[in-house]
Design a binder for this molecule. Structure first.
Ligand SMILES: Cc1cc2nc3c(=O)[nH]c(=O)nc-3n(C[C@H](O)[C@H](O)[C@H](O)COP(=O)(O)OP(=O)(O)OC[C@H]3O[C@@H](n4cnc5c(N)ncnc54)[C@H](O)[C@@H]3O)c2cc1C
Length: 377
């Protein structure tokens, strides 16, 4: 019997899961991938757009190029999820599934930081990155504050990368001397699971005169006085605020009753939710790993193995290992890497690979492999 598999969301997790199921089930598969957007954009491409290294058009990977045997792509907005009955409603249709996989990522809650929308900017969405691309060339003197408004947030190294790339951008325009850069971070260090990575980043900040403020919990932005005000009362004046908004699961997930403390709890080894036949992968799930594409992909591989074992019978697949590697832009064309392992030891561990030209090439390959695998480019 064919299983009707419905995947919600075509980000890192949904794209990889649909690709594996297509490879394994071919035309016999009955897979629907539902996504509201019309193009996929890698998270790191937002930094490229923001600093003018790529055009917004160049980083868009249209979903019309995602063509896989046995997978139907439905360009629809999900409006309701019924996890008990594995039912889904969209703005155009209704679906019933034997297996339902929620891969809807994390949304941004700009409004939960008062003043952010009015006095600041965010660079974590495509629209936000495009806006920053327009604003940055006019910023030639004054105080830039990069502020992470809450944790957990996607790709923990990304705000550090933004600080270092901002230094490069200002230097290239001859404006660095007239500008200050401050980085407000709620975490105790730039990449807490890897002290060596954090040390390397802190050294890079120090060399470039970037002020790093750990444990900074932003309460609000004061629009009139142009201040970022922390919960402990400290104030940081800014002329340009580059924000990472607080994150939360999409509304449709919160309304479905699947979430607990903001995200969907899952059994960490299998990624099954408490609802039979329903999985959650990637940023929308609580697994104890960072919110990053590589982890969403790893989770997709595990969910695929579980689903295929259920359809075909056979051995229980190896569980999710919570391992992944993240590339880190150090500025000046340098890229390093941190290899992290979140689940095999009681505490997460991370190994730092210092920037090298080999890692620059590796990061490019990371993008091109996925572009080819998912979009045939
Ligand atoms: C600046 C920045 C840099 C980053 N750099 C890296 C990096 O170098 N390496 C890395 O691994 N990760 C990086 N990330 C993180 C990475 O982009 C995310 O963690 C990853 O995309 C999560 O994958 P996902 O499949 O869980 O969710 P997503 O990729 O967010 O996909 C979720 C999908 O669900 C869709 N969706 C949501 N709601 C609905 C709805 N109601 N109806 C239909 N569709 C819906 C969305 O449109 C989206 O396409 C970065 C992120 C940012 C912002």
């Amino acid at each position: 019997m064919t299983s009707r598999i419905v995947i919600l969301g075509a980000g890192f997790g949904g794209l990889e899961l649909a690709t594996i199921l297509s490879e394994e089930l071919g035309e016999d598969g009955d897979v629907v991938l539902i996504e509201k957007g019309d193009a996929f954009v890698f998270g790191y491409s937002k930094l490229d757009v923001m600093f003018g290294r790529e055009t917004p058009e160049a980083v868009r990977l249209p979903y019309r190029d995602f063509v896989k045997p046995g997978v139907r792509f439905a360009n629809e907005t999900i409006t309701a999820i019924d996890p008990e009955n594995r039912g889904v409603k969209t703005d155009a249709s209704e679906y019933e599934a034997d297996v339902l996989v929620v891969a809807l990522g994390a949304d941004y809650d700009v409004g939960s930081t008062p003043g952010l929308a009015e006095a600041g900017n965010e660079f974590y969405s495509v629209a936000g990155a495009e806006r920053m691309r327009e604003l940055l060339p006019d910023f030639e003197a004054g105080r830039a504050v990069i502020g992470v408004c809450g944790a957990p947030f996607k790709c923990p190294p990304a705000p550090s990368e933004a600080a270092l790339l901002l230094h490069d951008d200002l230097s290239a325009r001859g404006a660095r001397e007239q500008c200050e850069i401050t980085f407000l971070m709620p975490l105790p260090s730039p990449v807490p699971p890897s002290p060596a990575t954090s040390e390397a980043l802190l050294a890079s900040f120090a060399e470039r005169n970037i002020e790093f403020v750990p444990g900074a919990r932003i309460d609000h932005l004061d629009e009139d006085r142009k201040l970022a005000v922390l919960q402990d009362g400290r104030e940081y004046p800014f002329d340009l605020f580059l924000g990472v908004p607080r994150h939360r699961a999409p509304d449709v997930v919160l309304e479905s009753g699947m979430a607990d403390e903001g995200y969907i709890p899952v059994e960490p080894r299998t990624l099954r939710t408490r609802f039979p036949g329903v999985y959650a992968i990637g940023d929308v799930a609580t697994v104890g790993v960072p919110k990053a594409g590589v982890f969403a992909e790893g989770a997709a591989r595990v969910a695929a193995a579980e689903i295929l074992a259920e359809i075909r019978g056979g051995e229980t697949p190896a569980g999710y290992d919570g391992r992944g590697s993240c590339y880190i832009e150090f500025g000046a064309g340098q890229v390093g890497r941190v290899d992290v392992d979140f689940l095999s030891a009681p505490k997460p561990t991370g190994t730092f690979q210092a920037p090298s030209s080999a890692i620059v090439a590796e990061k490019q390959e990371f993008g091109s492999i996925r572009r080819a695998r998912w979009f045939g480019r």
